[in-house]
Design a protein around this ligand. Structure first.
Ligand code: NAD
Length: 357
């Protein structure tokens, strides 16, 4: 099969980490008989400098026409003082909107061989952890009605958490699809003891799963308890589905538990198979151009694209196993290095992974 991948390398370490992921995809293509065609398109600061717009129209058009999009990262000191609509981050928000991506999927994975990177006690993480947080991305309090005013000499402000059944159903469908390929267990996080919107959320996720995915078990956890459980016993979780704000907070907490930002990938999906795949970290301008950035997050994002957009699960597994092997053999980029390991540059790390596929 032939797949067209739009590559938005962006700024800072973006081009270095994307080139590592492209090498890996090319190796997978060679081994499994696929052709991956890559088209580099401008976004972020680079697009501001070259086209005067953080997301030129032709980038949007080509992303929408592609089979999927791989993104590096955007932003950097150079553009920090630009006006709002001319900031690199604007390009990122707009591409998510243009592609109608309403879910964000972040696997917070701690590899057993990197257990010492976690801030948690070794006995809690010795077997590794993997929590897949499926966050609703375009609804809830971040997009609800809001306002501010003055009442009895006091200034006030308000935001609204509002969810509709279709919004909850479509994010639940994505969570169920992921859970079907894994443990068939979903934890739904809400605050149903207090919030009306959470009570609708809870009713809807259960009804949707019973009607459409009867073999999936859905358990509810209140958000305050979830925040505790992630640090108390993270290994108990597999797929977690939650609203925009709860997902924002919990996915950062879960990422922190793994202790290594350079290893974590994410994807954003909507109704079609065309998704946006990226590392969770930013453009790391402090280390850009030195070939020390860890390319693994982006390589794993590319692997997620193979599995979730192209249904190439075996190819996904091949990349994941190659990463595990390289880590087990003791190879480390600077960000995950510890005494006794073998330090390599970012490009060397990508080559080691390619060799093991
Ligand atoms: P960052 O994630 O870029 O960097 C935080 C720290 O982690 C830095 O010390 C950096 O060197 C390190 N780091 C990040 N990725 C790494 C990797 N792959 N290998 C090794 N070390 C890595 O966050 P920041 O410093 O807050 O932001 C830098 C720029 O990135 C800002 O302009 C910000 O707006 C932007 N940003 C972009 C995205 C995105 O494109 N999705 C996300 C977050 C931040």
């Amino acid at each position: 099969m032939e797949y067209n991948i739009a590559v938005l390398s962006g700024d800072g370490i973006g081009p270095e980490i994307c080139s590592g992921a492209i090498k890996v995809l090319n190796k997978v293509g060679e081994k499994y008989g696929h052709t991956f065609k890559f088209e580099q398109l401008p976004i972020g600061g680079y697009a501001i400098d070259t086209c005067g717009d953080p997301l030129p129209d032709f980038t949007v058009k080509k992303c929408l026409a592609s089979d999927s999009v791989l993104l590096g990262a955007v932003g950097g000191y150079k553009w920090d003082n630009m006006p709002g609509d001319k900031r690199p981050e604007k390009g990122l928000l707009r591409i998510r909107k243009e592609m109608n991506l309403y879910s964000n999927i972040r696997p917070a994975k701690l590899w057993a061989s990197l257990a010492d990177a976690s801030p948690l006690k070794p006995e809690l993480v010795k077997n590794g952890i993997e929590i897949i947080i499926v966050r609703e991305l375009t609804g809830g309090i971040y997009f609800g009605e809001r306002g501010a005013g003055q009442e009895n000499d006091a200034e006030y402000a308000w935001d609204t958490e509002k969810y509709s059944v279709p919004e909850i159903e479509r994010i639940m469908r994505i969570a169920c699809e992921i859970a079907s390929k894994r443990s068939k267990k979903i934890v739904s996080v809400d605050k149903a003891n207090v919030l009306e919107s959470s009570r609708l959320w809870r009713r809807t996720v259960h009804r949707f799963a019973e009607e459409n995915y009867p073999d999936i078990e859905v358990t509810d956890v209140l958000v305050d308890n979830m925040a505790m459980q992630i640090v108390k016993n993270p290994a108990q979780f597999d797929v977690v589905v939650t609203s925009n704000m709860f997902g924002d907070i919990l996915s950062d907490e879960a990422a922190q538990v793994t202790g290594s930002i350079g290893m974590l990938a994410s994807s954003s999906l909507g109704d079609t198979k065309c998704g946006l795949y990226e590392p969770i970290h930013g453009s790391a301008p402090d280390i850009a151009g030195k070939d020390i950035a860890n390319p693994i997050a982006t390589i794993l994002a590319a692997a997620m694209m193979l599995r979730d957009s192209f249904d190439l699960t075996e190819e996904y597994n091949a990349i994941e196993s190659a990463v595990a092997k390289v880590l087990d053999e003791g190879w480390r980029t600077a960000d995950i290095y510890s005494e006794g390991c073998k330090k390599v540059k970012g490009s060397e790390m990508a080559d080691l992974i390619v060799e093991r596929i």
